[in-house]
Design a protein around this ligand. Structure first.
Ligand code: HAM
Length: 443
């Protein structure tokens, strides 16, 4: 007979580094952000799009750019059934792919899409920078701007302000289009080539292929070398200049203050013309103060095989928004009912009452764990419920239950037949329960 070895204790499994669990208490705050975002996006005519979290790797490589940090270092890519796939690092490329795949351009001249969901980038985790993070974003196809560019910035500010975030700064720039970008690339190369040896290793390697990325680098050596680099705003051609001026004029008309930041290039290669970022001045965010970023990508749809279609979009980082919001009063919970089944015989009655209360839209919880009355009342008190229904076998035999108003410390006997109606009207009239706050005790 084989000796039986006791199983070795399993290694403790934890969430993957840089990926977070969001427990219900925290998730309530997320719901608030998500619902404000949805409502505001819909105010501007956007409708939700849901695209897969996995796309062909080639989509991101071609659109985000081979020499971007995202593609070079951060993508979660894998092979399955012979396909090279990537868990999306961002939402724009997938949205544009869906736009082309479904021939949307031929159905409507302008499409406004929004999305909410997780994105994945293998970055070095820090506060406000994760490997799985959530974005809320909008993509607008078919409008060449510049008025819609400014309105999009207004949309972002409206979301952030409605969430109570103050001290926001809007940064804008233009990358120009086609020819301007080629001219600027040449001007940048002329400036940076003599400084090649002073650049970071990454930038030395990328210089010829993509000098714009050097302006985006956080490395102090690259920052020093690009300090005196020519400004793209100075080389915009007439049409790009007119577009940029149009964005500024529309922002002025909306009363939105902004900073023109000629060094703003953003880390994704698909951008053309307008770029923008919104920074929140929240101490807790440190270097991760950019809560929202976006811009035009007038060439993407065509490069994916669709018709020439101008487009602009943005995405905001939900974790960063939550940090910038700081501590806020917990969202209100509706008044709820705790049903304490005191004695086995009362369980079926409590289940029926609970089911009918829920039919009437009242939150409730059945406690069918055997316990002494005192312990049950203690649990009811700490549950955050506004009312507690107690029924022992003898009360039920008399066709009544006891309803306790937990805040007022009052109680009354109510006929079993009337209790649902009684509680539905009480719960609706009563202010929301104070709790469901963290730190429940005795449960
Ligand atoms: P992005 O600048 O890469 O742009 O990301 C947008 C926002 O997502 C950032 O401003 C930040 O708030 C958040 N974010 C990015 N990476 C992380 C991370 N590792 N951890 C936490 N939050 C993060 C885009 O993704 C573009 N697709 C935006 C866009 C839409 N452009 C045009 N349309």
């Amino acid at each position: 007979m084989n000796p039986v070895h006791p199983p070795s204790p399993p290694a403790k499994l934890r969430a993957v580094r840089g990926m977070n669990d969001i427990l219900p208490e925290e998730a309530r705050k997320w719901h608030r952000v998500e619902s404000v975002f949805r409502r505001v996006a819909e105010l501007y005519g956007y409708g939700e799009v849901r695209t897969p979290v996995i796309e062909d790797t080639a989509l991101f490589v071609r659109q985000i750019g081979e020499t971007s940090d995202v593609v070079e270092k951060e993508m979660y890519s894998f092979e399955r059934h012979g396909d090279a796939l990537t868990v999306r690092p961002e939402g724009t490329a997938g949205a544009a792919r869906a736009f082309v795949e479904h021939g949307v351009a031929s159905k409507a001249p302008i499409s406004r899409w929004y999305y909410l969901g997780p994105m994945f980038r293998g970055e070095r985790p820090a506060k406000g920078r994760y490997r799985q993070f959530y974005q809320a974003g909008c993509e607008l196809f078919g409008d060449p701007g510049p008025v819609c560019d400014a309105e999009m910035i207004e949309l972002c500010l409206r979301v952030l302000r409605e969430l109570g975030i103050r001290d926001l700064t809007v940064h804008i720039n233009s990358l120009g289009s086609g020819d301007t970008r080629v001219r600027y690339r040449d001007a940048l190369l002329t400036h940076l080539k003599p400084k090649l040896a002073e650049l970071s290793e990454d930038s030395q390697r990328r210089l010829e292929k993509n000098p714009l990325r050097i302006l985006d680098s956080k490395d102090p050596r690259d920052r020093a070398a690009s300090e005196t680099a020519p400004s793209i705003v100075d080389v915009l051609d007439e049409a790009d200049r007119a577009h940029f001026d149009g964005v500024c004029a529309a922002l002025d008309a909306l009363g939105i203050e902004y900073v023109i930041d000629p060094k703003l290039v953003r880390g994704l290669d698909y951008y053309t013309r307008t770029l923008f970022e919104i920074k929140a001045d929240a101490a807790d965010l440190g270097a991760q103060s950019t809560v929202c970023g976006g811009g035009r990508y007038d060439e993407m749809v065509e490069s994916l095989g669709g018709p020439k279609t101008p487009a602009i979009g943005f995405a905001m980082g939900l974790e960063r928004i939550l940090v910038a919001m700081g501590e806020q009063p917990p969202p209100e919970q509706p008044a709820s009912v705790y049903l304490a089944a005191f004695g086995k015989g009362s369980v079926p009655a409590m289940l029926r009452i609970a089911s009918k209360l829920r039919d009437g839209g009242v939150n409730c919880e059945v406690d069918a764990r055997e316990a002494k009355l005192k312990a049950m009342l203690k649990r009811a008190g700490s549950s955050g419920a506004a009312f507690c229904v107690i029924a022992g076998d003898d009360e039920l035999a008399r066709g009544v239950v006891t309803v306790k108003d937990l805040a007022a410390h009052a109680q009354e006997e109510v006929r079993l037949d009337d209790v649902v109606e009684h509680l539905v009207s009480k719960a609706k009239a009563s202010p929301p329960a104070l709790s469901n706050l963290p730190g429940e005790v005795g449960r």
